[in-house]
Design a protein around this ligand. Structure first.
Ligand code: BJW
Length: 235
C-alpha cells in the first residue's frame, strides 16, 4: 500500500486486537456478553439500579489486566506511530491498557479506561488500579462516589471532535478486530474524506465490511505486523 510520505493515518481497534493476549471479546463465542446481559452491566441505568453488580463486573476485568501482555499487533501499531513521519492517530474502543503498555501515545480511549474512575460529584477522572465499590470516595473532592471511567450505552464517547477531525483529514483508515456492531465507531468508515483508503483487518468480515475498499482476513498478531511493515517500507 503506497501513501504520500507525511500522509496521516487513523487506526480504529476493537476487542479482537486484545484477544490473542487472552482478553475476551464481547460478541464472539465465549465472549463477555455470553455471561452478562449488556443492559445489566453496561448502561447508566444498570449502575443506578445495581451498582454492586456493575462494580463486580469491572473489578473482575480490572484484576485480569496485570496478567496479560501486549501482543505483536499492539507493538506493531506503537512502532508505526514512532517511525512514520505523518500523524498516526490510534482510536481504541478497548478499555484495557495494552496499547498504552505497548508504547502508543497518540491514543484515544473512546470508550474509557478500566484503570480509571470518575467522580459522580466533581467529575474528576482518577487513576484507579484497584477494586472499586459503592464506598469508594473521590480523593480529589473527598465526598463524591466513584464510577468506572467507562462509556456505557446511551453515553457520548470521549474525544469525538478530535476523532472526526482526524477522520476527515486522513489518507488511510484501518479498522482492526472490531465487529461493527457499536456506533458511532461502526460509522467511522463513512466519515473519511473521498480520497482516503479504507482497510478492514479481522478474523471474519464485520457487520460494516461492505463499506471498506480492502479486507485482510486472519488473526491480528499476523496481519497487523505485516500491514505495518508494508506501510513503513514504502515511505
Ligand atoms: C479478531 C480476533 C483476532 C476476534 N484477530 N480479529 C446508530 C445506529 C444504531 C444504534 C446506535 C447508533 N448510534 C448510537 C447507537 C446506540 C449505541 C449502539 O451502537 N447500539 C448498537 C449496539 C445498536 N451506541 C451508543 O450508545 C454509544 N453512544 C452514542 O452513540 O452516543 C451518541 C453520540 C455519539 C457521537 C456523538 C454524539 C452523540 C456508546 C457505546 C458504548 C459502548 N460500550 C461498550 C461497553 C463498555 C466498555 C466495556 O465494558 O468494556 O464498549 S459495548 C462493547 O462493544 C464495548 C466495545 O468497545 C464495543 C465494540 O465491541 P468490539 O470491540 O467490536 O468487540 P466485538 O466482540 O463485538 O467484536 C470482536 C471482533 O474481533 C470480531 O469482529 C471478531 O471477528 C474479531 N476478532 N479475535 C483479529 N485474533
Amino acid at each position: 500500500m503506497t501513501l504520500p510520505r507525511a500522509a496521516s493515518i487513523v487506526i480504529l481497534t476493537g476487542a479482537g486486537i486484545s484477544a490473542e493476549s487472552g482478553l475476551r471479546t464481547f460478541r464472539d463465542a465465549n465472549g463477555l456478553w455470553e455471561n452478562h446481559r449488556v443492559e445489566d452491566v453496561a448502561t447508566p441505568e444498570a449502575f443506578h439500579h445495581n451498582p454492586a453488580l456493575v462494580h463486580r463486573f469491572y473489578n473482575e476485568r480490572r484484576r485480569s489486566l496485570p496478567s496479560v501482555q501486549p501482543n505483536a499487533a499492539h507493538l506493531a501499531l506503537a512502532r508505526l506511530e514512532r517511525e512514520r513521519p505523518g500523524e498516526v492517530l490510534l482510536v481504541t474502543q478497548n478499555v484495557d491498557d495494552l496499547h498504552d503498555r505497548a508504547g502508543s501515545r497518540n491514543l484515544v480511549h473512546m470508550h474509557g479506561e478500566l484503570l480509571k474512575g470518575r467522580c459522580l460529584a466533581c467529575r474528576a477522572v482518577l487513576d484507579w488500579p484497584g477494586d472499586m465499590d459503592a464506598d469508594s470516595r473521590c480523593p480529589a473532592c473527598r465526598r463524591g462516589q466513584l464510577r468506572p471511567h467507562i462509556v456505557w450505552f446511551g453515553e457520548v464517547p470521549l474525544e469525538m471532535e478530535r476523532i472526526y477531525r482526524a477522520l476527515e483529514g486522513c489518507a488511510l483508515f484501518a479498522a482492526i478486530g472490531t465487529s461493527g456492531h457499536v456506533y458511532p465507531a461502526a460509522g467511522f468508515v463513512e466519515a473519511v474524506g473521498p480520497e482516503a483508503r479504507t482497510v478492514e483487518l479481522n478474523l471474519e468480515p464485520s457487520r460494516v465490511a461492505d463499506a471498506f475498499q480492502e479486507h485482510r482476513s486472519g488473526p491480528a498478531t499476523e496481519l497487523v505486523p505485516a500491514f505495518v511493515a508494508e506501510l513503513l517500507a514504502r515511505r
